[in-house]
Write a protein that binds this ligand. Structure first.
Ligand code: ADP
Ligand code: MG
Length: 642
């Protein structure tokens, strides 16, 4: 078998040899097993499905979290002459139909989709009709609630695999702890011997942690960069505002640095990225938005100006340094200043029990089909969007609801060509139909909104025909179309559940998640403050035990164990004036007032309700953000019950 797969490698891809781990994973898949490949970024995970896909009898279905990742992979596969396609949101219905036809006929061997595509009943219907040999889950750690970057929709993948009778699964990820690996393996029935981990340790990365007070960071960084001004590197920060500030300060110190963050427009961003790739900008000061899909091999340093979000994030981010194998430096500037803030973010994500009940009550009341606009439901229930998505997935897994399809509730258009001219393009019945769309729309100065009901009264036509017509007019440049209010339609499968019991069960699940997130933050701090070899610890965290001796080139091995300064002492809550800090918010919340909401307000944790009520400007907001949420909560509780 081994020889065989090497031949395939040469034949299809023109590569001479496999890289570490590839042969083992590929042979497992070709022998009919499910498998997992846990290799560092850039090690060649994609090949583990691309090669078998050419040999498997039926379709290889690849689920990927990012459109950009899909497009890169597709371009590569196609350049090797393998038939592959994606179905994604940028395509028209016709394009998608054409691709589905290609899959049905067996011409397309690899189909890439986002996980959200599976929420569409029409697409699931399609999938149930075509045989699929292999389900590939890229960035598979997204499936674990206990890992980082959890994507709620990923949780449903094992269920879909069963539903579509997909015999084999292949999971790909760069960063998975032992617990996450075990979790993934269990959910997809992967035998331990088919989980392949290549080493995590990279001997050319010098890890260093510097304990430092926030006020001293910039001076330290400037000095640290002085001998490195000719090199390429990335400085990661948490906030967009910090990215701007630090970039400016570095520039003032004569370092060729630019900021890069999600708040900048995409043209500017891709320009900066290009300058960095070409070497005309040396240092990028970025929020975590930077780096996905960056393929620059000579990045000589990665600095974490603020603590990374998790050890997994840290691993992924430093992984961008030294791809060419040359020594590279990774520095973390660490203190405990933002520890409470980090923890409090976690608390802000957990929905209140009463909020969960709001959602369940809607389900009970609607019977049959349940239509939601996620943003509105998030605001009605006061549950943050990501947590709401998680809740909906939990409900799906419990068999309470089932997604049917989604549609845009609102279609708006602006005429780019005058109406008679547009109508001139059509004859007889079609012309009447298009005219009826225009006539029935409610018009503002520039934009008109399609009124489906009024149109239907004038001219009987189903919604899909109207949408198709609008898409066509838009494509022909006759109108500019805007769609809004993505509405999800669920079928309610069980409406007679015990509301209190189910709410509690769901709430407990969120509480468990909260605890594990908090533990992860502590683990992160312990890691940076540790007196054991950093390389060794990091490798072990990712189940690589190959480094049996201390590495000899990290800051701990150099004898510099980081001392993380503790945040400035805060005044005890006993001496804080409760009335003074909370009278405004309590008045504003009125009957919605609760211990959790008041505590969130004081800790500066926004919720959809707060956004609606614009509480940020009220006196007291975020005044206690440096205090642990749990302490604030007990304090508020004792005050409110007095
Ligand atoms: P990962 O998903 O693990 O981050 P990719 O699958 O994107 O990595 O692969 C990174 C690069 O390595 C790609 O350009 C790919 O074509 C190349 N590559 C993969 N396997 C091999 C191989 N056996 N020989 C040469 N190049 C390879
Ligand atoms: Mg990849």
């Amino acid at each position: 078998m081994a020889k065989n797969s090497v031949q395939l490698l040469q034949q299809y891809f023109g590569f001479d040899t496999f890289r570490g781990g590839q042969a083992q994973v590929i042979d497992a898949v070709l022998n009919g097993y499910s498998a997992a490949a846990i290799f560092p970024t850039g090690a060649g995970k994609s090949l583990c499905y691309q090669l078998p896909a050419t040999q498997l009898p039926h379709l290889t279905l690849v689920v990927s979290p990012l459109l950009a990742l899909m497009q890169d992979q597709l371009a590569f596969i196609k350049s090797k002459g393998i038939q592959a396609a994606s179905i994604d949101s940028t395509q028209t219905r016709e394009q998608a139909n054409e691709i589905m036809q290609g899959v049905r006929s067996g011409q397309i061997k690899i189909l890439m989709i986002s996980v959200e595509r599976l929420n569409n009943e029409r697409f699931r219907q399609f999938l149930s009709q075509v045989p699929v040999s292999l389900l590939v889950v890229d960035e598979a750690h997204c499936i674990s609630e206990w890992g980082h970057n959890f994507r709620p929709d990923y949780l449903k993948l094992p269920q879909y695999r069963r539903q579509f009778n997909i015999p084999q699964a292949l999971l790909l990820t760069a960063t998975a702890t032992e617990k996450v690996v075990a979790d993934m393996g269990r959910k997809f029935d992967i035998a331990t011997e088919h989980i392949t981990l290549t080493g995590f340790y990279r001997s050319n990365l010098n890890l260093a942690v510097q304990g430092i007070a926030s006020g001293d960071k910039i001076a330290y960084l400037c000095q640290w960069l002085t001998p490195r001004v000719q090199q390429s590197g990335i400085v990661y920060v948490t906030l967009q505002q910090t990215a701007e500030q630090v970039a400016q300060q570095l520039a003032q110190a004569g370092i060729n640095a630019k900021a890069y963050h999600a708040g900048m427009n995409s043209d500017v961003r891709s320009q900066i990225q290009q300058q960095f790739m070409q070497g005309s900008v040396n240092v990028i000061v970025a929020t975590i938005a930077f780096g996905m899909g960056i393929d620059k091999s000579d990045i000589r340093f990665v600095v974490h100006y603020d603590l990374p979000k998790s050890i997994e994030n840290y691993a992924q981010e430093i992984g961008r340094a030294g791809r060419d194998g040359t020594n590279s430096d990774c520095l973390v500037l660490a203190n405990r200043d933002n520890l409470n803030v980090l923890e409090n973010f976690v608390y802000g994500d957990t929905p209140e029990l009463s909020a969960i009940k709001v959602v369940l009550t809607q389900i009970v009341a609607c019977q049959g089909q349940w239509e939601i606009v996620q943003n509105s439901l998030s605001s009605q229930s006061n549950i943050r969007l990501l947590s709401l998505k998680t809740l909906l997935v939990y409900l799906e897994i419990l068999g309470v609801i089932k997604p049917l399809f989604s549609y845009f509730a609102e279609y708006k258009y602006k005429m780019l060509v005058n109406e008679p001219q547009v109508l001139g393009h059509f004859k007889s019945e079609r012309q009447d139909f298009v005219r009826a769309i225009f006539d029935s729309s409610s018009k503002a100065k520039l934009w008109a909104t399609v009124d489906f009901d009024s149109l239907n009264n004038q001219y009987t036509s189903d919604r899909s025909r109207v949408v198709t017509a609008l898409d066509y007019l838009d494509q022909q440049g006759m109108i500019e179309l805007q769609t809004k209010q993505m509405t999800q339609v669920y079928q309610v499968l069980v409406a007679d559940f015990n509301l209190d019991k189910l709410s509690e069960k769901l709430f407990n699940r969120f509480a468990g998640k909260e605890q594990s997130e908090i533990k992860r933050i502590h683990h992160l701090i312990d890691f940076f403050a540790s007196d054991q070899c950093l390389s060794q610890q990091l490798s072990q965290y990712f189940s690589d035990n190959s480094l049996t001796q201390p590495c000899g080139h990290c800051s701990v091995c150099a004898g510099l164990v980081a001392q993380l300064p503790v945040a400035a002492p805060t005044t005890p809550l006993d001496s804080v004036d409760f009335e003074q800090l909370t009278s405004a918010i309590r008045a504003k919340l009125a009957e919605n007032c609760s211990v959790v909401l008041v505590s969130r307000f004081l800790c500066g944790l926004t919720t959809p309700l707060f956004t609606r009520l614009r509480v940020r400007s009220l006196h007291g907001f975020a005044r206690l953000e440096q205090y642990p949420f749990s302490e604030v909560k007990s304090w508020v509780e004792s005050k409110l019950s007095q």
